[in-house]
Design a protein around this ligand. Structure first.
Ligand code: F0G
Length: 352
């Protein structure tokens, strides 16, 4: 097999990239589609995880960022800006380095996981913290990009969704057809819209025999699409999806309705339980928001709403290493200290 070249080179004929566009890439995409036997046996379905934490900056955002950044680089604009709950800022900061652009990130104060903040910092972005939530940050950066010479790289930038749709292509390429159901967490609602675009494109071109039902999952305290109205003060342990007024609202509800799918909410406790289950029984460490997809699937399975034997793909959107504090939940991280003799290790392990 040839080495993976990043989503623009791999799917060039399906992306709006022009001849003169520089390709800004870190080799994103080509992520594992991992069978999850533990989830298959609990749900009765054939469950796979699309492990997006394996992307260069540890989340699915890189798929969209390679497109958005390739479109900005070479236009003369010198800096990009984004609002973020953490992953978009990490990705923007890294891809801006590759593009030779400045990068400013506008974040909800005190609500970003430490690993994501570290990423933006080490890549040299300028960080601004707003005393407000993500929705306030997004309003600010939209107005900034309207009035000043900075390019917006949030998913309201249409190139972002174009890049992100490649994840649906990869799922079909790996399975040989579209799954029956695709489950993913929903925050600003760009990703569910992007997957739906990708699945429809493949089906229209005869590369898949069907499109999946799109099942979105929000957190109880940040579930505007479930409630049908914006949430003024969103709150959830899954800070990545702590969003009250998603920008891609209409696209996401269209994806839900046109696919015959659903958007549900799960509690923070269900999210943390699913995160622990994925780690302990599947062997994949995901961040809390990512576990919302699996939590949603498990809840529907419990309600008897997952068809026996159906192929189900859950996108796990971000790497668990981004937010170790939440995953550890106050557990002691000091390992048992032993002497330098092998006998000490054997005794401690109950082998001697
Ligand atoms: N999962 C993770 C890990 C995320 O970081 C996000 C969004 C989502 C799911 C939801 O995706 O917004 O397309 O519905 N994070 C954005 C950010 C908001 O700023 O990093 P969505």
């Amino acid at each position: 097999a040839k080495p993976w070249r990043g989503v623009i080179a791999e799917y060039a004929d399906r992306l709006p990239i022009e001849d003169g566009d520089p390709v800004v890439t870190l080799g994103e995409g080509g992520t594992p589609l991992v069978p999850a036997p533990a989830l298959s046996s609990t749900t009765g379905a054939q469950v796979y995880l699309k492990v997006e934490g394996a992307n260069p900056t540890g989340s699915f955002k890189d798929r969209g960022m390679t497109m958005a950044m390739s479109k900005v680089a070479g236009t003369g604009t010198e800096a990009v800006v984004c609002a973020s709950t953490g992953n978009t800022s990490a990705s923007a900061a890294a891809y801006a380095v590759r593009a030779g652009l400045g990068c400013a990130v506008v974040l909800p104060h005190g609500k970003i996981a430490a690993g994501k903040l570290a990423q933006a910092i080490v890549h040299g972005a300028t960080l601004l913290a707003v005393d407000g939530n993500f929705d306030d940050c997004l309003r600010i950066v939209r107005e900034l990009a309207d009035s000043y010479p900075v390019a917006l790289v949030n998913s309201v930038n249409p190139y972002r969704l174009q890049g992100q749709k490649t994840a649906a292509f990869e799922v079909v390429d790996a399975l040989g057809d579209a799954p029956a159901i695709h489950v993913l967490p929903v925050g600003n609602a760009g990703n569910i819209s992007a997957y739906w675009m990708g699945y429809r494109e493949y089906a229209a071109d005869g590369l898949a025999s069907r499109t999946p039902q799109m099942w979105g999952v929000q957190a109880d305290g940040a579930a505007p699409l479930v409630k049908g109205a914006p949430v003024e003060f969103p709150e959830t342990v899954a800070t990545a999806i702590r969003i009250g007024n998603p920008a891609s609202w209409t696209l996401a509800t269209a994806a839900r309705d046109d696919s015959g799918g659903r958007i549900d909410a799960v509690s923070d406790a269900e999210i943390l339980e699913a995160q622990a289950l994925i780690a302990r029984e599947v062997g994949v460490f995901v961040e809390p928001a990512s576990a919302a997809s699996v939590a949603g699937l498990l809840a529907r399975a419990q309600a008897g709403e997952v068809p026996e034997g159906a192929t189900v793909v859950c996108t796990v959107t971000g790497n668990g290493l981004k937010d170790t504090a939440t995953a550890l939940g106050g557990r002691d991280v000091d390992p048992q200290v032993i002497g330098t003799d092998v006998a000490d290790a054997a005794r401690a392990l109950g082998l001697a």
